[in-house]
Design a protein around this ligand. Structure first.
Ligand code: CP
Length: 345
């Protein structure tokens, strides 16, 4: 499928080679990345996507390195895919779950970070309920820090894997952007770090992003991010090439944001009937976890031709392998970094 009524996507690599293509120690958000850096990470992920489809999935690139996944919030997809990504690249991967750690005894986030640093981790992957927690930790440790979702701020690897999933579904080759694609993101935009990272990545890649939510779940002045704002889901679907659904994040809500789940489903749930208002071959996405029967019906979520949801999960492993590879290149002495940073090789 090509986006309709749009300019063609841009194709071809437009970034410098090697380490020069990604001059950051940490990945705290899509907001820190230039367009060519986003494209670079997507293109780097393609080799890992291909490897992951082989029976032998092991590469020894990160052999001898230690990666710590420190998750202060629950996760299925992100935690497991970072763990699988690190292991497939040959690293030793250790998971720290806050629920069974000394955080429960009152240890502060900074003391936890200093402790992980003292164990000489080569990369730390962090999920935390507080926006900005990942950047705070990045300032306290000596190794690369990767944001696996911080509060309402960002979930950068989700933004990257979603862009890769769209590119695959449209059969776009490496180097391609998403110029002119109409993407509708519907749901709890206010509390969603996934929405924020996707808005940043999709607009950087040239897509036209529409956000749709009840007024109470729409951040003030979100237009400044370069999106169109809708409260009527049917209107937001007209002409959409991609429909990305988000769940209601009850755990971040204090007070009543919607009259009832039933009312919400009536106005903002994606049913097959409603999907028919989008472009005929529109793709459906959801970062998970889904609340079936509320923001999305099973007939849509499990649609064999239209749903990208399991492909998103598959792309998640490849993207996280790319991020772990690229961010540990300085540690591994991969050529390119010394010239970039002025450090001795
Ligand atoms: N999409 C996502 O972040 O899912 P998890 O919370 O299961 O990691």
């Amino acid at each position: 499928m090509q986006p309709s009524n749009t300019t063609p996507v841009s194709q071809g690599r437009e970034y410098p080679a090697g380490g020069l293509a990604f001059p950051h120690r940490d990945l705290t958000g899509i907001g820190q990345l230039a367009r060519h850096e986003i494209l670079y990470l997507l293109d780097e992920a393609e080799q890992w996507f291909a490897l992951n489809r082989q029976s032998q999935k092991r590469a020894g690139l990160l052999s001898g390195l230690t990666i710590i996944n420190a998750f202060f919030e629950n996760s299925t997809r992100t935690l497991l895919s970072f763990e699988i990504a690190g292991k497939r690249l040959g690293a030793d991967v250790v998971n720290m779950h806050a629920a069974t750690s000394s955080v429960k005894k009152g240890e502060t986030l900074i003391d936890t970070a200093i402790t992980l640093n003292a164990m000489r981790a080569d990369a730390i992957v962090i999920r935390h309920a507080s926006s900005g927690a990942v950047r705070l930790i990045a300032g306290k440790v000596d190794c690369p820090v990767l944001n696996a979702g911080d509060g309402q701020h960002e979930h950068p690897t989700q933004g990257l894997l979603d862009a890769l999933s769209i590119r695959h579904a449209l059969h776009l080759p490496p180097g391609s952007d998403l110029n002119g694609l109409n993407v509708t993101i519907c749901g709890d935009i206010l509390h969603s770090r996934v929405a924020r990272s996707n808005i940043l990545s999709l607009t950087a890649l040239g897509a036209n992003v529409r956000v749709c939510a009840p007024p109470a779940l729409m951040p003030a002045e979100i237009e400044a991010m370069g999106v169109s704002v809708f409260h009527d889901f049917d209107a937001a679907l007209k002409g959409a090439n991609v429909v990305m659904m988000l769940r209601l994040q009850q755990e971040r809500m204090q007070g009543q944001f919607i009259p009832s789940p039933r009312e919400y489903r009536h106005l903002y749930g994606l049913t097959l009937d409603r999907l028919a208002r989008a472009e005929p071959d529109a793709l459906v996405m959801h970062p998970g976890p889904m609340n079936r029967g509320i923001e999305i019906d099973s007939q849509v979520a499990d649609h064999p031709a239209r749903s990208l949801i399991t492909h998103q999960v598959e792309c998640g492993v490849a993207i996280r392998m790319a991020c772990l590879d690229v961010l540990t290149r300085r540690t591994r002495g991969v050529p390119g970094w010394a010239a970039l940073t002025g450090e001795a090789a």
